[in-house]
Ligand binder design. Structure first.
Ligand SMILES: NC(=O)C1=CN([C@@H]2O[C@H](COP(=O)(O)OP(=O)(O)OC[C@H]3O[C@@H](n4cnc5c(N)ncnc54)[C@H](OP(=O)(O)O)[C@@H]3O)[C@@H](O)[C@H]2O)[C@@H](O)CC1
Ligand SMILES: Nc1ncnc2c1ncn2[C@@H]1O[C@H](COP(=O)(O)OP(=O)(O)O)[C@@H](O)[C@H]1O
Length: 517
């Protein structure tokens, strides 16, 4: 287990990087050893699932086996399971299979079948792994659909038909409850559709460690693969010193809310207060301030035209609920320019993202003190402003070029700022091409769907502002902690992922002792 203020960072690879790492070992004649280790890892995971369901001896395990090495891993895994007394079956989806593994499977007592037998307790999906290309059609094997409603599905390396790099997947891909991935976590298991199709992730160490390249992409954990030997630790959060006063602890200024959207200010301010910060200043019109200060009396309210006379805050949040009021946007523009001049951390969210276009004209980019936090739709609008069609295609939800990881990286490079692309997996990209992926999950399983509700982005802004004001790390570390806290609070509120809470409940979950609005 990690401490709350500490994050595990796990390396994440593209399929090609794993293949390159395997190549010297295969050339040295160690391909069979890699495969045995992969198969052992898969069999071990399946055996644990069977033990939880009852017992391994006598259980039925069926694999959908393709003609490449991915299918071979499954055939060897079935041979291991046969030795522990399981009844093992293989459907040869392409009519043929890797010869040595098929021979071993049959020697062990496994049976090749034409349909998925009933009952099948665990179904292994091993049609295609990193060798996948083109379109994927789900096998039309008799009994498969029936088995999918009762069996636990375990994907071998990655669900068949998921792109190992982008996570893109067609309709036919079978959703796995578990994926046992070999050598290192593939990007496609955490991005795009792959992030929810892959289920709970397990990493089998097949000895590639010294051959794996340094990767610029890492996953923010905890998740069950946190036992990966190469896991690193993120910067821990700094607690306030006993000698701190409110100014030295860190102050955040939030430009949020309008007559149309006063609630956004309340959510951002409340989240900043609950996260913990020396002082929260809200820059907003009187009607909004009255509303927010009634809920959070510790807030310092400032009239927008007085903002220049206030002491500067350590971090600034610009955007939640500002709407399209030109005056409010001009005020936010002035605050942004001040941040760009003094280099203090600044978050641009929601309406604040409209300020980007002007800055591009003026300065050609934003700067490394700025973090923008678009969701996919907002990122597509920015791609339009940039007239970047390639980026637009990468940001399509399910188009052939959809690639959220590369999209966030490209946006970060174009704007010369940090990018936090929100979604079920949040992608945090730095201008130097480093990327952190945070898959929202509950007990290791993908999905905190309760976050899909209006106002949770405003809460995230408040957390980001408070952490930026009180921490010294780079935006990459601060944003990872913020997204993690946000998701943990939601998962804690909603352990069964029933999506039954509103954004204001998240604030109380961040700090139960914060005054309830
Ligand atoms: N290298 C190693 O030693 C190690 C590799 N390891 C394992 O190997 C996996 C990679 O194995 P791989 O390279 O054999 O590719 P793989 O994923 O089995 O796919 C090739 C097969 O898929 C088929 N196919 C392709 N596209 C398709 C489609 N659209 N729809 C349907 N089928 C399609 C293609 O058929 P074809 O089109 O050529 O007839 C071919 O038969 C990797 O994920 C890991 O599990 C581990 O054991 C560690 C050691
Ligand atoms: N299905 C989901 N699973 C996990 N997190 C989600 C999901 N949908 C949305 N989120 C998270 O919820 C937040 C929503 O932010 P945003 O769309 O800006 O909301 P709003 O503008 O209404 O406050 C983001 O942090 C996003 O990552």
């Amino acid at each position: 287990m990690t401490r709350d203020d500490e994050l595990r960072l796990l390396p994440v690879y593209r399929g090609e990087q794993i293949r390159e790492a395997e190549a010297p070992l295969i050339e040295a004649g160690r391909g069979a050893e890699l495969m045995r280790r992969a198969a052992y890892g898969l069999a071990d995971c399946v055996a644990k699932i069977l033990q939880r369901r009852g017992r391994v001896y006598g259980a039925t395990v069926t694999a959908m086996v393709g003609s490449g090495n991915n299918g071979a891993d499954a055939l060897y895994a079935l041979s291991f399971l046969r030795r522990r007394g399981a009844a093992v079956r293989a459907v040869l989806v392409r009519g043929c299979a890797h010869q040595a593994s098929l021979a071993a499977f049959q020697r062990a007592g496994g049976r090749v079948v034409e349909s998925v037998p009933e009952p099948t307790e665990v179904l292994i999906d091993a049609v295609v792994g990193t060798g996948f290309s083109g379109d994927y059609q789900r096998p039309q094997t008799p009994g498969l659909e029936a088995a999918l409603s009762t069996a636990t599905v375990v994907a071998c390396d990655l669900p068949s038909g998921v792109d190992a790099d982008t996570g893109q997947a067609g309709d036919g891909v079978i959703s796995a409850e578990h994926t046992v991935t070999f050598g290192g976590i593939k990007q496609g298991l955490l991005a795009g559709a792959g992030s929810h199709l892959s289920g709970q992730l397990h990493t089998a160490d097949i000895g590639l460690g010294p051959h794996l390249p340094k990767t610029l992409v890492r996953a923010v954990s905890p998740h069950p693969a946190a036992d990966v030997a190469s896991a690193g630790r993120g910067e821990p959060l700094r607690s306030p010193a006993s000698t701190d006063h409110k100014y030295s602890r860190g102050t955040v200024g939030i430009h949020a809310g309008s007559d149309q959207f006063p609630g956004a200010a309340q959510l951002s301010v409340g989240a900043a207060v609950a996260t913990g910060v020396g002082m929260v200043t809200l820059v907003a019109p009187e009607t909004v301030r009255a509303h927010v200060v009634a809920a959070w009396p510790e807030t310092l309210g400032v009239e927008p035209d007085q903002q220049g006379r206030q002491a500067r805050t350590g971090a600034t949040v610009l955007g939640p609920g500002l709407g399209n009021d030109p005056q409010r946007l001009n005020e936010a523009q002035a605050a942004l320019e001040q941040c760009l001049d003094d280099g203090s951390p600044c978050v641009l969210d929601a309406s604040g993202l409209q300020l980007i276009r002007h800055q591009l004209h003026q300065r050609g980019g934003l700067g490394h003190n700025v973090l923008i936090t678009p969701h996919l739709g907002e990122a597509r609008r920015i791609a339009g402003d940039l007239r970047d069609q390639v980026l637009g295609r990468m940001l399509a939800t399910d188009g052939p070029k959809s690639d959220p990881v590369e999209a966030a990286r490209r946006l970060s490079g174009s704007l010369d700022c940090f990018v936090l692309l929100k979604g079920a997996t949040t992608v945090i990209a730095a201008p130097d091409a480093e990327v952190l992926l945070h898959r929202a999950q509950t007990h290791g399983r993908p999905g905190v769907p309760g976050l899909a509700t209006a106002g949770t982005g405003d809460v995230l802004c408040g957390i980001l502002g408070a952490l930026a004001a009180t921490q010294q790390g780079s935006w990459l570390d601060v944003a990872a902690h913020a997204v993690h806290r946000h998701t943990q609070a939601a998962a804690g509120l909603d352990p069964r992922a029933e999506a039954s809470f509103g954004a204001s409940a998240l604030i109380r979950a961040l700090s139960p002792s914060a005054v309830a609005p």
